[in-house]
Structure formats: structure tokens, C-alpha cells
Design a protein around this ligand. Structure first.
Ligand SMILES: Cc1cc2nc3c(=O)[nH]c(=O)nc-3n(C[C@H](O)[C@H](O)[C@H](O)COP(=O)(O)OP(=O)(O)OC[C@H]3O[C@@H](n4cnc5c(N)ncnc54)[C@H](O)[C@@H]3O)c2cc1C
Length: 464
């Protein structure tokens, strides 16, 4: 990289926070997906002003900027596919205020999600979005991907908690969008445009988030099924029954066995599927909801519904869910995590389709995840060094996307598009939808400085 350019970066953020050694570049060349692209340099600004200066310099020199929070993304969003700068936000890690009167919090974008949830909890309130990566991911990354999580079925996803943001635009200007007033805003909803834009339209530096009351009581249950079809029907039946659980997560047999092998907590390895279900609210409402959940599960064919007898048991059910990724990682080295999502009524059809794809392409595919949202997280356990297998993986993914869209679904429920799913985006948006997305990007970032090669990038446009 040009030495003058490096010197200017060091001048802005301090020499300690500019890294261009090969070993550093390798560390920032990948996220939680399985391909890597080397950046030229990594910068770690500590303030919005430093980010502005870095972006202005990059814009002047035509160098791409790839914003990175914790790098836990599952679609390659932070991966520097065109080289250039990886701009890491983790030094913007201050929780600025938790307002227990207005139920809002002001935070910097590099704050780790779990740290924020803990601080909100200590203040007696609740912030529900809880991605599986909660202990590592940043709030900025959550906003950029519109992250969901097990609790989002009842409480909504990240977008439902954003009130306002401070954003560095691609020309280096700093803008405020939205405000800190719950539900009220002049003009168009700019925060919603930025939420889920995956670092392509601006770099979020601060945000004001909405908080809610903590639910006073909860009950956790584990429903055991001999046939995954019955578990799938249970999910759509429950969602139509009027009882909306806080959590409704599915694990298929391969997942159950992987987790049991990993944790040894007595999961039923002979079951074809489990549903982890949680209800919350006022104690009387919780008891009623639990009753309704047990009835739906039994009516749909559950062989048993275990009710957690205390918090310790509830935690062990939760631990099983949270351990899926490392447990599956022990089976095969490359875990390809898809999150094509379908309407709840199509969950049984999607479960069947995933199993058929696994058989057709002779792949190890596991199903687990936010079933209540129609997000089944079909994961392919493979080995990226086995080129013949990777060809089958690519074909299976292609077919999976087609099936999800045919069932009225979407390519991604929460993991975003990045560069991994961008070649398929036009299938979902159509030609005019894709061009509209590309035009928005071009209007906001005419020189393509922020996160090029992702989402609506022209290289993914197809003449039909
Ligand atoms: C084990 C595991 C479990 C997961 N579970 C879930 C889950 O349950 N639900 C879910 O939704 N996701 C989940 N994810 C995916 C991932 O954790 C989320 O997408 C998360 O929001 C990414 O946060 P991050 O800080 O790691 O962002 P990164 O991976 O660093 O970046 C993700 C995207 O956000 C952009 N970005 C980051 N910070 C900013 C910023 N300040 N301003 C603008 N753009 C920015 C990047 O450019 C990139 O496009 C999981 C991942 C793993 C590895």
C-alpha cells in the first residue's frame, strides 16, 4: 500500500491503530463464512470524527472501505472483496446513556450486544434482539444486518428497536437520522433504509435504541417428536393458535446428536426433532400460555413435552440451543449456514425440501433455528477442501433458494446478503427491484466507496 496513504491514515487514528502486516491482514480477511479476501490495511478509529476523516481520505483516493464490527457475519458482509481498508468499529464501545424514564438507550456502534443487554438488564429494562452471536457481535453489525434471534418471534428484530442513528456518509459527512422519541419522526424513515443495508450506505457510529419492560415470568419447555414433520406442523399450528411464544426453536436429529455428543446433557438422541419453546409475561398469562403450548404439541404428535422444573434446567435447554454451532463444527470443518426463510404455513414444506436436497446431493444438512419465524437455518456440514463436494453444496444452495422463493419466502431471514447471496438477489427483487436498489446505492455512494462488491453491486445484475 502507498506509504503516503498509510502515513495519512496513521495521522488520523494514530500509528497503533493502523495495521498492514501480513498476519494482521490475514486476521481481517474473513468473517464467519468460508472464503477470504486480503485487505490492504486495517484501521481502528476511536471516534466518529476519525471515521469521517478516514472515509474522506478513502473517497479522495478511491480506496474501498469495508466496515467491520466483530466479523461474525454469515454472508461475507465485512469481507474486503476488493481489498482496500477494513475499518473496525470495536473502539467505539461506550454505552452513553440508559434512560429509564423514556425507555431508550444511547450507545456507540462497536458495543458488544451482550454487554449492552447486561447494562440494560442492570437498569431494570430489556432489549430483546438476541442473535446467537450475542457474546461477540456488535450493535452496529446487528443494525447493519437487521439481526434477529430466538426472542424475535414475539418481540421483533433489531429494526423494531432503532429510533435514531448517527452515520458517517460515503463523502465523510456526519448525519443524524431519526431521533430518540419512540414512534414519532418527521419525514421518511431513514433509519429503516440504513437498517439491513450491510455497510453499503453509511457507517453507523451511534444509535438510540428502544427498550421495553422485562417480562416478569417465563416458562421453558422442550417438546420431543418422533417425526420432524410433526414438529414442523406444530410450529405452524402454534403460530396460528393465538399463543405466540417468546422462543420457538427447532433442532433435527442430526443437530440433537451433535449437541448431545458435545455437551452430554441427556438430550433424546432417538428423537427426530425437538422444539425448544419459551413463553413469558405475567405469571397467570404464562401458566395459560404454557397449557396452550402443551396442548398444541400433544395434538400435533409430540411424544413428550418436558417442562423445565427450575431455572437451572431451563438454562440447560438454552445451552443446548446455543451450542449448536460449535457442536456441528466438530462434525465437519466447513459449516455453511443458510437462512432462507419461508412463511410459517410453509415450514412443513421447507423441512421436507431440505431433507430431499440433502438426499439428492448426498450432503450432511442439519435443520435448526428460529422455526417460529420460518427461519430453519439449513446448515450444510462440509469440507471446503473437497472441491467435488463443494460443487454439490453450491448446487444444493442454488436449489434451496429457488424453493424458498417459490414458497413465498426470502433468501435471508437475518444473515444478510453480503457477497455470498448477492448473485441470487435479483431472483428475489426482480430486474426492476434490483435496479432500484442499485440506484439508491448510486445516489448515496456515487463513487462506490462503502462495501463495494456486495448487495446491489452492478456485477450481480443479470440481463434476463
Ligand atoms: C454462531 C453464530 C450465530 C449467529 N446467530 C445469529 C442469529 O441468531 N441472528 C442473526 O441475525 N445473526 C446471527 N449471526 C450472524 C451475525 O452474528 C450477525 O449478522 C451480527 O449482526 C453481525 O455483527 P458483527 O458485529 O459481527 O458484524 P460484522 O460481521 O463485522 O459485519 C456485518 C455487516 O455489518 C456491517 N457493519 C458492521 N458494523 C457496522 C457499522 N457500525 N455501520 C455500518 N455497517 C456496519 C459490515 O460492513 C457487514 O456488512 C450469527 C453468527 C454466528 C457466527
Amino acid at each position: 500500500m502507498d506509504l503516503n496513504f498509510l502515513a495519512e491514515l496513521k495521522n488520523i487514528v494514530g500509528p497503533k491503530y493502523v495495521m498492514d502486516a501480513q498476519e494482521d491482514r490475514i486476521c481481517y480477511s474473513f468473517d464467519a463464512t468460508f472464503r477470504d479476501y486480503l485487505p490492504d490495511v486495517i484501521v481502528k478509529p476511536g471516534t466518529a470524527e476519525e471515521i469521517q476523516a478516514v472515509v474522506r481520505l478513502a473517497a479522495e483516493k478511491g480506496v474501498p472501505v469495508y466496515t467491520r464490527g466483530a466479523g461474525t457475519g454469515l454472508s461475507g458482509g465485512s469481507v474486503p472483496v476488493n481489498g482496500g481498508i477494513v475499518l473496525v468499529t470495536t473502539r467505539l464501545n461506550k454505552i452513553l446513556a440508559i434512560d429509564t424514564v423514556n425507555y431508550t438507550a444511547a450507545v456507540e456502534s462497536g458495543v458488544i450486544t451482550q454487554d449492552f443487554c447486561n447494562a440494560v438488564d442492570a437498569a431494570g429494562l430489556y432489549y430483546p434482539p438476541d442473535p446467537g452471536s450475542i457474546k461477540t457481535s456488535t450493535l452496529g453489525g446487528n443494525i447493519a444486518e437487521c439481526a434477529g434471534g430466538p426472542h424475535c418471534i414475539k418481540y421483533g428484530v433489531t429494526r423494531d428497536y432503532i429510533l435514531g442513528m448517527e452515520v458517517v456518509m460515503p463523502d465523510g459527512s456526519l448525519v443524524q437520522v431519526g431521533n430518540s422519541i419512540d414512534g414519532e419522526m418527521s419525514g421518511p424513515d431513514w433509519p429503516m433504509l440504513l437498517c439491513g443495508s450491510e455497510g453499503t450506505l453509511g457507517i453507523v457510529t451511534k444509535m438510540t435504541l428502544r427498550l421495553i419492560d422485562k417480562p416478569p415470568a417465563k416458562q421453558t419447555m422442550l417438546a420431543i417428536f418422533d417425526a420432524i414433520d410433526e414438529a414442523a406442523v406444530t410450529v405452524s399450528t402454534m403460530m396460528a393458535s393465538g399463543t405466540i411464544p417468546t422462543t420457538l426453536e427447532i433442532m433435527d436429529n442430526l443437530t440433537i446428536c451433535a449437541v448431545e455428543n458435545y455437551l452430554h446433557i441427556g438430550l433424546p438422541v432417538d428423537a427426530d426433532a425437538l422444539l425448544l419453546i419459551e413463553v413469558d409475561g405475567e405469571p397467570t398469562a404464562v401458566a395459560k400460555q404454557a397449557e396452550s403450548v402443551i396442548k398444541v404439541c400433544s395434538d400435533c404428535g409430540a411424544r413428550e413435552v418436558k417442562i423445565a422444573k427450575d431455572q437451572k434446567e431451563a438454562d440447560s435447554f438454552g445451552l443446548a440451543r446455543r451450542s449448536i454451532s460449535p457442536a456441528c463444527g466438530k462434525i465437519n470443518p466447513t459449516k455453511i449456514s443458510e437462512d432462507a426463510t419461508v412463511p410459517r404455513s410453509q415450514i412443513p414444506a421447507m423441512v421436507r425440501a431440505v431433507r430431499e436436497l440433502a438426499a439428492k446431493y448426498k450432503l450432511k444438512m442439519v435443520i435448526f433455528g428460529h422455526a417460529g419465524d420460518g427461519n430453519l437455518h439449513p446448515n450444510i456440514l462440509s469440507n471446503k477442501r473437497d472441491h467435488e463436494e463443494m460443487e454439490r453444496v453450491e448446487e444444493a444452495i442454488c436449489e434451496l433458494f429457488q424453493i424458498a422463493l417459490k414458497l413465498g419466502g426470502t433468501l435471508s431471514g437475518e444473515h444478510g446478503i453480503g457477497y455470498m447471496k448477492a448473485p441470487f438477489l435479483q431472483w428475489e427483487f426482480g430486474k426492476t427491484g434490483f435496479v432500484a436498489g442499485r440506484n439508491i446505492k448510486a445516489a448515496v455512494d456515487p463513487n462506490g466507496i462503502l462495501n463495494p462488491g456486495k448487495l446491489f453491486d452492478s456485477k450481480f445484475y443479470q440481463e434476463e
